[in-house]
Structure formats: C-alpha cells, structure tokens
Design a protein around this ligand. Structure first.
Ligand code: UDP
Length: 612
C-alpha cells in the first residue's frame, strides 16, 4: 500500500481548491484501479471530517501540527497540491506553513511533488531566499502557468519544471438531468442572455461593491439580461454578494453557496458570459467554452487571462464600470471568441493531464509491497480503511471471499501446524490483527501503522451492510449467544438484515444442516465466531459450499456483542494493551498469551540471524 498525503487549502469549501482536490482524488483512485495497486490517501484539511466524507479519504486536521507530522512521517509521497500555496499576499504564515511541510517531508526522506501550482507573488528577499532553498528539495515540480514557470527559472532552481495547467481543467460537470433539476429551483429564463458574476471580498477593493451593483443593474435594465451571482467560497462570497445586491435596484439571481464544483461547472455551461474575480470562475468558464472577462485582484488572474490572449477588464481597486460593460458587450458579440477559447482549453486540458502522467510515474517509482510474510503467514498491507473497502468490494463480487484476522497467537500456532499456515494463506484478505503483528511488520519488508481487529472491522462493515440491505448470518459461540448478539446488533443497526444465527458447537454430522441453513437464509455475509483455528478450518473446508459473498473469521466477537465478554476499554486499545486487559480479566488465557513473548523472540531471532 502506497501512502499519499495531499496538502492544500482544503476544507474551506473554496470551489477552486475543492475542484482541484476532487480531480486529484479521482485521478488517484483511477490510478489505483488501473495499476491494481493500493493507495491510502490522506488529505490535510481544516475540516477533516467533512473532507473525509466528501472524498472518501482519510483526513487530518491541518492545524494540528502533531497529526500533520505523523501523517507526513507515514507517507511515501507528499503532494503539495494545486492552488497558490506559495505566496505571501495573504500572509507570511501560510507561506511558512506550506514550506515547513515540504521541509518536513524531505527531512523524513519522502518524495515531494509540487503539483500544478501557481507560484508567487512572494514579497521580501528573505522570503524568496527561503522559498528557493526549500522548493528545490522537491522531487517533482509542475506549475499551472507560464509566469510561475518563469519565476522558478529566474530563481535558478535546478530542477525539471513542467509547465502544466490547473487540475480543474480535468473536472467534469454533473449530468444534464441534475443541472436541469438545480436550475428549476431558480426559474432562470435562459431565452435571455445570462451573465454569471463571481466576486470576492478583497482588502484593496475600494468602491468595487457599488461599481459591480451598477454594472449588474445596467445589464438587467438596459440590456435585458439575466444576472446570476455565483458564490465560490461559501458564506464569505455570499456576504459580499448580499452587499452588492443590497445596493442594486433590480433583483438578480443568487445561487446557493452549497453547490459542488461538479454542479457549478454544469451550471456554467448554461451561461453566456462570466465576469470573474476568482481564478476558478475563469477556469470553469474556459473549461465549458463560455466567454469570460476577468477583473484582477492578483497576478494569477492576469496570468490566466494572458494564456487566452485577454487582458483584465480592470483591476479591483481601480476598474471603470463603463470599461467592464464595453468588455462584456465586445466579448458577447465576438463571433470567433468561443472557438478560440475551446482551442486553448483543449491545450490546457492536455497540459493538466501531463502533470498526472508525471504523478503516475512518480507513484510507479515507489516500490511498496501489497503483502508481507510474517513467519510464513501472509499479512496484507492494509490499514483499517483499506480493509473495509476491500471487504465491501468482496461483497459485490460474484464468488465467496474469505477474510482472516491473523494475530500473534495464530501466527505462532501456524509455526507448529503447517496445515493451519496453509489455511491462513489461502484467504483473500489477511488483516493485521493486533499490535504484535503491526510491530513485527517493520522486520518483514514493510512497516504497517495500524492494527485491524476482526471485531472493529466487522462493526465498521455493519452500517454499510445495513445501507446496502445485505443479509448477515452470525455463526458461532455457545447456544443463545449469537441470538443475543443479534438482538444487540439490531438495537444499534435497526434496519440491518440478520437472516440467521447458529451456535458454533455442532458436530461433523450436523455440518451439512448448518450449511443448508446458511444457504437457505440467502446470506451475503457470514461472520464465523468459533475461535481461532476451528473457525479458519471450518471456513476453508466449507467455503465452496456456501453461496455468500463474504466469510469472515471473527473469533470471540459474538461473545463481546452479546455482552458475555467485555472488550478492553478504549485506552487499553489505543495503547496496544488489549492483550494485557484480557490477561487480567481472563487469567485462564495466560497459557495462550505466552505466544506473545515467544513471537517477539522468534521475530528478533529471524531478524538477527535470518532464516525465513
Ligand atoms: N467457539 C465455538 N465453537 C467451538 C469452540 C469455540 O463457537 O467449537 C466459540 C466460543 O464460544 C467463543 C469463540 O468461539 O465464542 C472463541 O472466542 P475467543 O475469544 O477465544 O476467540 P479467539 O481469541 O480464539 O479468536
């Protein structure tokens, strides 16, 4: 599994930055599918929970420095992704912060990719000096415009720098049906010309609010156009838009601040022209072949307009309303301009794609194992999230897949029992169950960072099983325990379909009956909780007879679910001391637990003297 950290201005719901992240994540997932490799994507975000939900990735709070350090330390490649991260127009702090991340990643020996960024403006010589010396540590650099390219060349950074384009050029709009549905809400009459306006608050804006209000009024009154204000950064833009609207005589349309980049892109398609202050408003217009004019607040706007052969219709602190109105009319009635926009956009799309080609190459160059062999037992290099994803994939496959959860005891048992070892290695997924396995991994070719216990994995699957209405069978434990576990599960997951239960103390003669019971219940998933060895042997022997999609050995999980046995408190789990809690609460397991010191001894012996 290759670990990737993506850093950027994410979580603030800025449409431009989120569009970049969307493309990055989608492209990485595409790479994962095509190369059949496993990627763990961690995004540094100011709202990690939201980011994690939107993109289905891991996310870490970018303000929590220890968590950021931990994420960077664990990664294989650090992507400083998109936008204009290296500038001190907004503040020195953000420049130092992003440079610090790169420095840190290099300190930990990670690959660093500066991904399709706009560089500058950077003020003051010492900031430029600092920037130059940190940025040249990067392994790959792509920039999104010529001015950034030129800036780096002038700094004499002796690295291959690829002139790319904004990743948002690769974003696709949402489907036509969705666009129609969204626009129905606003009841915009598209038989009239429709002008989209994207504004932002800016410190040197002077009387911009009044001027935009005047322009919008003239467009509505004198020209008979529709004016649609489009927020690109949530409530921040809405505040500015409301200020403008309050100064207008006419009522323009104002889109919701909750639209996703895909949705906004879809809506852009319907516009005749976009007046944009924000860079990504111009990128979105260009991408959709829509005419655009820019009012500049930052050199990045000038750089972008230059690519299309345009100049800003004015600067935020000094633009003239009449000039903007003339530019709008000129643009609207220039018959050749959309062809020109389309042609340049085609080229920009290719350039944006080029950066991803380099990224794919960079990922190919990272050699990581998909699984490791710990004392003869295969352990798949998955973290919790990946393990869950794989189980969900199995659920939608056509044949039964087996998941085992090898822990130290199982691995030690396999040392004496070749058949058991063979059984363990026959599974479709072996997750590292327990801190001992995680600890040992670093001696066997790839350091794992997270244990994946059978119980936690099983519980993490439940909400999805409930949502997908998959049928669950609980097999194992003493009579009535599975029923009690079912009851308790249904208290948490009310719509979960538990199609059957059976205890785990049945004879060989009764086996066929149990199989029949499971098959007739039409179970999609069978959780087998008959204790280590017995459950793996049972699964191995019977998996071909079962018609389900996922069979998982879950040890004593039904005892825990039924309330028969208590799991270690969270603090013990976090410290990797669940075994110790078990030892004090279930002292009769002492003999089994001797496996741990024996395991440590064998692992260290193997490391020192080789042999496996
Ligand atoms: N068990 C079972 N059938 C058997 C032996 C054991 O169903 O023939 C059950 C037992 O009742 C308990 C679970 O398997 O619920 C074993 O729990 P333990 O915590 O020992 O799991 P392990 O650590 O072995 O995975």
């Amino acid at each position: 599994m290759k670990n990737i950290v993506i850093s950027g201005y994410y979580g603030q719901l800025n449409t431009g930055d989120e569009a970049i992240l969307r493309v990055l994540v989608d492209k990485l997932k595409e790479y994962e599918r095509e190369s059949n490799s496993s990627l763990n994507i961690v995004v540094l975000s100011s709202r990690p929970e939201l980011t994690s939900k939107i993109y289905n990735v891991e996310s870490v709070n970018r303000k929590k420095i220890p968590s950021v350090i931990k994420a960077i330390k664990r990664c294989d490649i650090f992507i400083s992704g998109g936008g204009s991260l290296f500038q001190n127009e907004t503040s020195n702090r953000s420049l130092y912060y992003y440079l610090f991340q790169i420095f840190l990643a290099k300190l930990f020996g990670k690959k660093v990719f500066i991904f399709s960024q706009g560089i500058g403006p950077i003020k003051r010589w010492y900031n430029i000096f600092l920037f130059k010396h940190v940025i040249k540590l990067a392994d790959y650099i792509t920039v999104r415009d010529y001015d950034s390219f030129d800036f780096l060349h002038k700094l004499k950074i002796n690295k291959k720098i690829e002139l790319s384009a904004d990743p948002a050029f690769l974003l696709n709009p949402c489907c036509e049906q969705k666009i129609q549905k969204l626009l129905e809400e606003y009841k915009i009459d598209f038989s009239k010309k429709t002008i989209g306006i994207v504004v932002r608050k800016w410190k040197k804006e002077k009387d911009m609010t009044d001027k935009i209000a005047k322009i919008a009024d003239i467009l509505i009154e004198s020209e008979g156009y529709n004016v649609v204000f489009i927020p690109f950064q949530g409530k921040w833009d809405i505040i500015k838009i409301n200020e403008i609207v309050s100064k207008m005589k006419n009522k323009p349309y104002v889109l919701s601040e909750k639209l996703s980049p895909h949705e906004l892109l879809g809506i852009f398609k319907k516009l005749d022209l976009v007046v944009g202050m924000r860079l990504h408003a111009l990128v979105f217009a260009a991408k959709m072949g829509v005419r655009f004019i820019g009012i500049s607040y930052d050199p990045k706007i000038d750089s972008f307009l230059k690519i299309y052969g345009f100049k800003p219709a004015g600067y935020v602190d000094s633009f003239d309303e009449n000039n903007v109105l003339i530019s709008i009319q000129y643009m609207l009635y220039d018959g050749k301009v959309t062809k020109k926009i389309d042609e340049i956009t085609k080229n920009m799309t290719q350039k944006a794609e080029k950066a991803f080609e380099i990224l794919r190459e960079a990922l190919n160059n990272i050699k990581k194992k998909d699984s490791i062999n710990i004392l003869g037992v295969r352990i798949d290099c998955v973290n919790f999230k990946k393990a869950k994803e794989k189980c969900l994939e199995f659920l939608n496959s056509s044949s039964p897949h087996v998941v085992f959860t090898p822990n130290v005891e199982m691995i030690m048992l396999a040392q004496k029992d070749e058949k058991f070892k063979k059984i363990l290695n026959s599974s479709d997924l072996n997750v590292p169950d327990g801190i001992g396995v995680v600890w040992a991994s670093k001696y066997f070719g790839e350091k794992l960072y997270e244990r994946v216990t059978g119980f936690d994995l099983m519980m993490a699957l439940m909400p999805e099983l409930e949502r997908q209405q998959k049928r669950v069978f609980l097999l194992g434990a003493k009579p009535s325990v599975a029923e009690k576990a079912k009851e308790n599960l249904l208290k948490i997951f009310k719509n979960l379909s538990i199609c059957g239960t059976h205890h785990g103390y049945f004879s060989q003669e009764e086996n066929e009956k149990v199989i029949e019971l499971i098959n007739s219940s039409k179970a999609d998933v069978v959780f087998v909780a008959m204790g280590m060895k017995r459950q793996e042997e049972w699964i191995y022997k019977n998996k071909k007879k079962l018609n389900c999609k996922l069979i998982m050995g879950v040890g004593g999980s039904l005892d825990v679910l039924s309330g028969e046995v208590k799991r270690a408190p969270k603090i013990f789990q976090k410290l990797g001391l669940e075994w110790f809690y078990r030892l004090i609460t279930q002292p009769w397991r002492f003999k089994r637990m001797l496996a741990l010191p024996k395991f440590i001894f064998v692992v260290l012996k193997t490391k020192l003297f080789g042999g496996r």
